[in-house]
Write a protein that binds this ligand. Structure first.
Ligand code: CU
Length: 288
């Protein structure tokens, strides 16, 4: 009789712990999740420099918002356990072993599976919908709408700088990436020596630059922007210095910049190999 009374008292205490924990967790999640979605998510890089970059900010916001209750669960459980279940006697003893709880196990598996599967579905949808390529070689599985009319620009990684070729402007090669605003651009990323990685941070583009490979990535520019380009693959001694600055400019500024580049390049054009989607120049005529 006395034993059954003790057991029911323990059961009631467990339920009360469960309810108190749930109340804390729900309360913190309800307050923190909107705050994270409104203030933290939109502040996560790469910002809104291009349509694709803005899409990444949306994805990051969804991810941090969904992970906020998960994070709150772990932290509330930790703090609750440390404060409520702390061993105050100082005796070297452990709590009663837990032998399983069907309801919690089923809930645990169901909720975590639903969360992970919905995020996988969301990520896949975004990947297909965005169609930015970048890592799938010359013909990406998914392409953005209107990709046929995209402006082609080649990105050539080399130790230790990037140069750029504009096939629509006679294959002129420049040391600076300049793009017109509000334009869908198809970047053909390649390398003429080691493996590099082209990373235009504010544009939200990152694509491997491999010798002999035409790695296509799409980016849709927005308004005028100065963006940073870095190599993101250890490519030799001066990899750390392989960076430069690019610009998104108005169509008229773009046209006049391209004209200036053509004039500057005119004396050396005869030494450049004809434009091709990969760039493996003869060693005697090595460009760049
Ligand atoms: Cu590098």
């Amino acid at each position: 009789m006395a034993e059954s009374l003790t057991q029911s008292a323990e059961g009631a205490a467990e339920i009360s712990h469960g309810r108190r924990f749930l109340a804390w967790w729900l309360g913190i999640s309800v307050v923190a999740t909107p705050l994270v979605a409104i203030f933290l998510g939109p502040a996560i890089p790469p910002g809104h420099g291009s349509v694709e970059a803005a899409g990444q900010v949306v994805d990051n916001t969804v991810l941090v918002a969904v992970s906020t209750p998960v994070c709150a669960f772990v932290l509330v459980l930790l703090v609750y356990s440390l404060t409520v279940f702390r061993n105050r006697t100082g005796a070297l003893e452990d709590g009663a072993p837990i032998r399983g709880n069907n309801r919690i196990q089923v809930l645990w598996v169901a909720i975590t599976s639903a969360t992970v599967l919905s995020l996988a579905a969301f990520g896949s949808y975004e990947l297909v919908n965005d169609g930015a390529g970048g890592g799938q070689g010359p013909s990406a599985a998914f392409t953005p709408a209107g990709y046929q009319k995209a402006l082609d620009v080649q990105v050539i990684g080399q130790q230790w700088e990037f140069t750029y070729r504009y096939p629509a402007a006679g294959g002129v090669e420049t040391s600076e990436l300049v793009l017109p605003e509000n334009t869908l651009v198809r970047l053909h990323v390649t390398s003429l020596d080691a493996i590099h990685s082209f990373w235009a941070y504010e544009l939200g583009v990152k694509a491997d630059a491999n010798p002999g490979v035409d790695n296509v990535a799409y980016v849709t520019t927005k308004g005028p922007l100065t963006f940073h380009v870095r190599c993101a693959e250890l490519c030799g001694l001066w990899h750390g210095y392989m960076e430069d600055v690019g610009h998104v400019v108005s169509p008229s500024d773009y046209a006049s910049w391209l004209d200036r580049q053509k004039t500057l390049d005119a004396p050396i054009m005869k030494y450049l190999p004809p434009y091709a989607t990969t760039y493996l120049p003869d060693p005697q005529q090595r460009a760049g």
